[in-house]
Design a protein around this ligand. Structure first.
Ligand code: PEP
Ligand code: MN
Length: 347
């Protein structure tokens, strides 16, 4: 159930509705919008009786939700969620660029990339300290030492740190050193981890699972939100198909569909989405063109020596060119949108 408050409802009236929801033993999720506040209800097993709310002061209507998700939907909040990370945003007017190496390998390697990322004007730096690798013998990441290097990057370059945690102890650590908590494709349905992320003060970048439907992905976001963390960024990173020319098949059609269903921002990862250096920039351009709020890009000063995902890493100068191109597309979209405003007829 969703309780929609009147436009002029007071904070006290919203608080009174929340109290009633909690007295019924449910959880209230007030999500204020620019036009009105709506309050999502979770924790109920069956239907909730609308008459509990309909007569309360300030309530416009109580709506039964028939969709499987309640909190990610545009029904709850009609305008896009803008995730704020300090003075940077994802989902706002500016295209968000998150760039950096797949893995933090050393201070020197990380700083070389961070310098280029800073120079490009991007606000976010990515880099894994905990790496979910297919082989147990592959480089697993530097762990807390890697996080310390990332914290130095933040200090030195003012970049916001996006980094993955693979388990609950990892979340504790990322909370100490990072700015955005990344949950990887392989953990998209690790429900314990999703719940823990839902109790984190950090925004969550939620990658789509390797074989996840859109509904499963959105329900994973719902897990995080149901615990009270509403700052979720969805990340399309490709799914496994029979294609052999790419590592994954980047499902760009997911972007307009997410937009149709959800207020959450969504970014595109053309690095994991293709796995191949020469495809990253074209798919990044396409991601922006279909309406992504941002991009997450793997970059390495020496991809041939990368300990992880070298085949998809952009060299520094390739990355610089990518940023130039995607900004041009993003600006063109804005000006086309403005140019297309209906012209009033003069006769
Ligand atoms: C990554 O971002 O380096 C990563 C491991 O991504 P994914 O979880 O999408 O495979
Ligand atoms: Mn990677």
């Amino acid at each position: 159930m969703l309780v929609v408050m009147k436009k002029d409802a007071t904070a006290e009236q919203v608080a009174a509705v929340i109290r009633v929801i909690e007295e019924l033993g449910f959880r209230a999720h007030p999500l204020p919008g620019s036009m009105r506040t709506a309050i999502g209800i979770t924790g109920n097993q069956g239907a909730v009786d609308a008459t509990h709310f309909e007569t309360l002061p300030g309530v416009a209507e109580a709506i039964r939700v028939s969709k499987p998700y309640k909190l990610i939907t545009l029904d709850l909040k009609a305008e896009k969620t803008v995730v704020r990370v300090g003075d940077a945003t994802i989902g706002g007017d500016e295209l968000a660029i998150i760039a950096g190496p797949c893995a933090v390998e050393s201070r020197e390697q990380t700083f070389a990339v961070a310098r280029a990322v800073r120079k490009s004007g991007a606000r976010f730096f990515r880099g894994g300290a905990f790496k979910p690798r297919t082989s147990p013998y592959a480089f697993q990441g530097l762990g807390e030492d890697g996080l310390k290097i990332l914290a130095e990057v933040r200090e030195e370059f003012g970049l916001k740190i996006v980094t993955e945690a693979m388990d609950e102890a990892g979340v504790d650590m990322v909370e100490r050193y990072g700015d955005v908590l990344q949950l990887g494709a392989r953990n998209m349905q690790n429900f314990t981890l999703l719940r823990r992320a839902g109790r984190s003060p950090l925004p969550v970048l939620l990658k789509r699972g390797l074989a996840a439907t859109l509904e499963e992905w959105l329900l994973a976001a719902e897990y995080v939100m149901a615990e009270g963390n509403y700052n979720v960024i969805l990340c399309e990173r490709g799914v496994r198909t029979f294609a052999q020319h790419t590592r994954n098949t980047l499902d760009l059609a997911a972007i307009p569909e997410v937009r149709r269903l959800s207020h959450l921002p969504v970014v595109v990862d053309p690095s994991h989405g293709t796995g191949r250096n020469h495809m990253v920039t074209p798919l990044a351009r396409a991601g922006v063109a279909v309406g992504a709020d941002g991009l997450i890009i793997e970059v390495h000063a020496q991809p041939e020596h990368a300990l992880c995902d070298g085949a998809q890493a952009l060299k520094l100068e390739q990355y610089e060119q990518l940023v130039y191109e995607v900004r041009a597309i993003s600006e063109a979209l804005v000006s086309v949108g403005q140019a297309f405003l209906p012209v009033p007829s003069s006769v």
